[in-house]
Design a protein around this ligand. Structure first.
Ligand code: FAS
Ligand code: PHB
Length: 392
């Protein structure tokens, strides 16, 4: 076994892990990223597509926003559709000018990988058998196998950025952690295609046949989703079946203008709300999907990962710089306050736009809620200020 040491061991090279690594690089705090998969595998993931301004600002701050500033597409509003009607919700108009930016998570991860490549700190890909040890002491360490050789990484802190299925959260004794979970009775079937987007802004449709979403990655690449059974299989859906069902869930003025084409990617994602509390266990801190999962309806999962990293990097700087151990607990309190507000909005918008049951009363109440929030200044402001992201 070979032993090395660093200040912060970061588990996971997704958006949270790479964003934290680059932020610590800029703060002069040594760190090592340990990732289970290959870099190619991580970069092939198709996930989120909408960035809050706080996420854009974070990427600018660490020097990873060059392409984003060239290729990102600002959205000044979102659209809600039901009963063959489209209701625009102004974002800037209701938040004093704030917008969101369409720019795929895949591109964000590529930009973070490119930035990390210039770092003197290592990123270990294809690490196997990663395990966390003694994080309830002042001398935590991580074990992992790299090309068949077992390595020990001594550190001051471990940042668990390894997603919902990672090893970090499950390394915490059950008695020390509380989890909250809601599993929704449906999934999202998503499609990526090189066709011009039908809507210049994200459009959420609550149709009697089920939810549909129209988004984009650029002016020539579109991202669409339809609500499906949670145990549906992507093999059950040909491209033509997807396009036909999508059109049937959209208002006529949209479905009449959709350009269809062959899928580049099709996948089904389950929907759940999940939060673990607290986010600090001695010298282990959790961030991103390792700590919480939101239904993608509010376009928040990726943005919450950056929100956690913003707070975590401040706590790590206070701990490593001034020995401020309380900063680690303050991280958990500050991050969770924003996580719960975001979880609430994602749950609210999921309930508002999806068909949960065949009960006609439920559908009519949702339509009444849609009619209310989209004709009330207070309702429009509530949706807009949550969609652009709560202040950090
Ligand atoms: P990630 O899961 O992205 O990254 C965790 C990393 O840790 C991965 O690279 C993984 O390989 C690695 N890892 C796991 N176990 C490990 C171990 N034992 N050792 C070392 N490394 C390990 N959010 C939105 O806002 N909008 C969307 O439309 C949207 N769609 C999604 C679709 C899918 C199918 C999924 C799964 C998520 C989606 N999300 C969406 C949420 C998603 O974007 C996450 O919020 C975001 O990836 C969170 O980033 P991380 O916390 O870095 O976790
Ligand atoms: C996306 O572009 O993938 C997207 C947009 C908005 C959402 C979820 C996903 O709420």
């Amino acid at each position: 076994m070979t032993t090395t040491s660093t200040q912060v061991a970061i588990i996971g090279a997704g958006p949270a892990g790479l964003a934290l690594a680059s932020k610590l690089d800029r703060l002069g705090i040594d760190n090592v990223v340990i990732e289970r998969r290959s870099q190619e595998y991580v970069l092939a993931r198709i996930r989120a597509g909408i960035l809050e301004q706080t996420t854009v600002d974070f990427l600018k701050d660490i020097g990873a926003a060059g392409r984003l500033e060239q290729e990102g597409i600002p959205h000044h509003g979102v659209r809600l559709a039901y009963n063959n009607r489209i209701i625009p919700v102004g974002l800037g108009a209701n938040t004093g000018g704030k917008v969101v930016t369409a720019y795929g998570q895949t591109e964000v991860t590529k930009d973070l990988c490119d930035l990390r490549a210039a770092s003197p700190n290592p990123t270990v890909y294809e690490a196997e058998n990663v395990s966390l040890h003694d994080f309830d002491s002042a001398r935590p360490y991580v074990l992992y196998d790299e090309q068949g050789v077992t390595k020990r990484l001594n550190c001051q802190l471990i940042a668990g950025c390894d997603g919902y299925h990672g090893v970090s959260r499950v390394s915490v004794p059950e008695s020390a952690i509380t989890t909250y979970e809601k599993v929704y009775p449906f999934g999202w079937l998503g499609m990526l295609a090189d066709v011009p987007p039908v809507s210049p802004e994200v459009l959420y449709a609550n149709a009697r046949r089920g939810f549909a979403l129209c988004s984009m990655r650029s002016w020539t690449r579109s991202r669409y989703y339809i609500q499906c059974d949670p145990d549906d299989k992507v093999e059950n859906w040909t491209d033509d079946m997807f396009w036909d069902e999508l059109k049937r869930r959209l208002p006529d003025e949209v479905s009449d203008n959709i350009q269809t084409g062959p899928s580049l990617e099709k996948s089904i994602a389950p929907l759940r709300s999940f939060i673990a509390e607290p986010l600090r266990f001695g010298r282990l801190l959790l961030a991103g999907d390792a700590a919480h999962v939101v239904p993608p309806t509010g376009a928040k999962g990726l943005n919450l990962a950056f929100s956690d990293v913003h707070y975590m990097s401040e706590a790590i700087a206070a701990f490593t710089g001034d020995g401020d151990e309380d900063a680690l607990s303050r991280y958990s309190e500050r991050a969770l306050a924003r996580v719960w507000k975001t979880q609430r909005f994602s749950w609210y918008l999921t309930n508002l736009t999806h068909r949960f049951s065949d009960d006609p009363f439920d559908q009519r109440v949702k339509e009444a809620e849609l009619a209310y929030v989209t004709t009330s200044q207070a309702g429009l402001q509530m949706i807009a200020e949550n969609y652009v992201g709560m202040p950090l």
